[in-house]
Design a protein around this ligand. Sequence first.
Ligand SMILES: [Zn+2]
Ligand SMILES: [Zn+2]
Length: 137
Amino acid sequence: MSRVVTGGCQCRGVRYEVRGKLRDVIACHCIQCRRTSGHFVAATACRRQAFTLVKGETLKWYVAVPGFRRGFCHECGSNLFFEADGGERVSIAAGSLDEPQGLKIAAHIFASEAGDYYAIDGRVPVSQRGDHNVALP
Ligand SMILES: [Zn+2]
Ligand SMILES: [Zn+2]
């Protein structure tokens, strides 16, 4: 049986499970991620078939850019999911995982839109745009 990773929002109105491995974390510094998260977004990801929404009664979706949506809890405000409509990948806010998963930040993207009040750690690849080479397991 494969490993099950669990997570959810602060108030537990949203809970999810992932069967199998998670991608390493990508930090996105784009303006939408910065505004909606309050800082920048650090997200892991999995394939859609590995993802199960166990409880979604307070889950709400916000379309920032057509074709792309963000899932958050409308009760406690936790940022949770990021996905393209019909895409094969579900991105998951790394801070919503229940247990340490041994993941690392493996890339920074949209560094050109980063805030001016912090420095980006240059020990992993930094892209000014949205490209990266972090593989989805
Ligand atoms: Zn919540
Ligand atoms: Zn972003």
